[in-house]
Design a protein around this ligand. Structure first.
Ligand SMILES: Nc1nc2c(ncn2[C@@H]2O[C@H](COP(=O)(O)OP(=O)(O)OP(=O)(O)O)[C@@H](O)[C@H]2O)c(=O)[nH]1
Ligand SMILES: [Mg+2]
Length: 335
C-alpha cells in the first residue's frame, strides 16, 4: 500500500512538575526545601530515512506522542527527561499545519536530505522544585512550578518525490520500461494499462559518480483532473522535477495517435497546476522499433517543430542511449 498524504496528530511530552519536599534527617528537625526540578518532555522528531518510501506507517497509527518528563523528587533530584518520539519519513516529505477549518495551512517543514531531522513539537520544560524558591525572607517555600505542556497539533503530511525528471504519459506508453532500461530499478511492466500503481524513482548511474534521477508515476488519461483513471493525485510526485518527459507511444498500440495523447496530457497537467505546466518539458517518442511508428514520428515533428523530441525504444532500435545522455546533461545543470 502506498500512502502519500494524511493528517497526523502530534504531541510532545509535558514537562514534569517541580517537587515540594523538605530535608528530613534524624538530627535535623527543621530541614530546608529540597524538592527537585521536573524533567523535560520528549520532542516529536521527524527524520528522513532512505529505507522509508511512503507514509504508510503513519497511516496505521496517525499519532506521534512523546513521553512526558518525570516529576522532581526529594534531595533535589531532577526528574528523568521524557523520551523523544521519532517518526521516520521519506525524502520529499512536506509538513503543513492543519488550519481550524481542517484545511492545509502554513508549511512547517520540507524534508529533502537523507538523515535530516526536524523537531515538529518541542517538549515542555520541567517545573522548578521548591528548592529554587527559597530566599532570605522565605526559607521554607511551599511552592514549586508545574511542568510546561508539550507542543501539540494536527499536521498534514504529504510526500512529493524528488527527481531530476518526471515522466508523464498514457498507460502503456512504456514509462516503467524506460526506467527499467535506464536504471537498476525493476518496476512492474505489463501490456495492460495501470500497471504502475505507485510512483517510484529510478537512479541512473554515469561514469565518474554522476547520477540522474527519473520519477515514474501511474499513467494519466483524459479526464484525470476529474479523477478518471487513477486521477491526477499522482502528479504531486512530479511537482519537484526540473523537467517533464512526455512519453508517447509512437506505435499507437491502444489506437490513439501520439499527438492527440500529447495534447490531452498537456491539458491534464495544466488543469492540475499552472506551475507544473510551465516547467521545461520535452517529448520522448517511444516504441520506435514498431512498424509504422516512424511515419507518426514525421507527423509529430511537423506538428511540434519547436519542441525537443528524443527518439527511443526499450525493445530494439534506436534504444535509450539518446535519452540517457540527455538526462545526464539535464541533471548536471545547477539546481
Ligand atoms: N515494442 C515496444 N514495446 C514497448 C516499448 N516500451 C514498452 N513496451 C511495452 O509496452 C507495454 C507497457 O509498458 P510499461 O512500461 O508497463 O508502460 P507504462 O507506461 O509504465 O504503463 P502504466 O504503468 O500502465 O502507466 C509493455 O508490454 C512493454 O513491453 C518499446 O519501446 N517498444
Ligand atoms: Mg508503469
Amino acid at each position: 500500500m502506498f500512502v502519500d498524504h494524511l493528517k497526523v496528530y502530534a504531541k510532545a511530552g509535558d514537562g514534569g512538575n517541580g517537587a515540594v519536599h523538605w530535608v528530613r534527617h534524624k538530627y535535623v528537625p527543621k530541614g530546608g526545601p529540597d524538592g527537585g526540578d521536573g524533567g523535560r518532555g520528549g520532542n516529536v522528531v521527524l527524520r528522513v530515512d532512505h529505507h522509508t518510501d511512503s507514509l504508510r506507517t503513519l497511516f496505521f497509527k496517525p499519532k506521534a506522542v512523546a513521553e512526558a518528563g518525570q516529576a522532581g523528587a526529594r534531595q533535589n533530584k531532577t526528574g528523568r527527561n521524557g523520551k523523544h518520539f521519532l517518526v521516520k519519513v521519506p525524502a520529499g516529505t512536506l509538513v503543513h499545519q492543519v488550519n481550524e477549518d481542517g484545511e492545509k495551512g502554513e508549511l512547517v517543514a520540507d524534508l529533502t536530505r537523507d538523515g535530516e531531522e526536524f523537531v515538529l513539537c518541542e517538549g515542555g520544560k520541567g517545573g522548578r522544585g521548591n528548592e529554587h524558591f527559597k530566599s532570605s525572607t522565605n526559607r521554607a517555600p511551599a511552592e514549586a512550578e508545574p511542568g510546561q505542556p508539550g507542543q501539540e497539533g494536527w499536521y498534514f503530511f504529504e510526500l512529493r518525490k524528488i527527481a531530476d525528471a518526471g515522466m508523464v504519459g498514457f498507460p502503456n506508453a512504456g514509462k516503467s520500461s524506460l526506467v527499467a532500461a535506464l536504471s537498476a530499478a525493476r518496476p512492474k511492466i505489463a501490456a495492460y494499462p495501470f500497471t504502475t500503481l505507485q510512483p517510484m524513482v529510478g537512479v541512473i548511474e554515469y561514469p565518474g559518480f554522476m547520477r540522474a534521477t527519473v520519477a515514474d508515476i501511474p499513467g494519466l488519461i483524459e479526464g484525470a483532473h476529474a479523477n478518471r483513471g487513477l486521477g491526477h493525485e499522482f502528479l504531486r510526485h512530479i511537482m519537484r522535477c526540473r523537467v517533464l518527459l512526455f512519453v508517447l507511444d509512437m506505435a499507437a498500440s491502444d489506437g490513439r495517435e501520439p499527438w492527440d495523447d500529447l495534447a490531452s496530457l498537456r491539458t491534464e497537467v495544466s488543469l492540475y497546476s499552472d506551475e507544473l505546466a510551465q516547467r521545461p518539458w520535452l517529448i520522448v517518442a517511444n516504441k520506435l522499433d514498431v512498424e509504422g511508428s516512424r511515419a507518426r514520428l514525421k507527423i509529430l515533428k511537423q506538428r511540434f517543430k519547436k519542441i525537443e523530441i528524443i527518439e527511443s525504444s526499450t525493445l530494439g532500435d534506436p534504444g535509450v542511449d539518446a535519452l540517457k545522455a540527455r538526462l545526464q546533461t539535464l541533471a548536471s545543470r545547477p539546481r
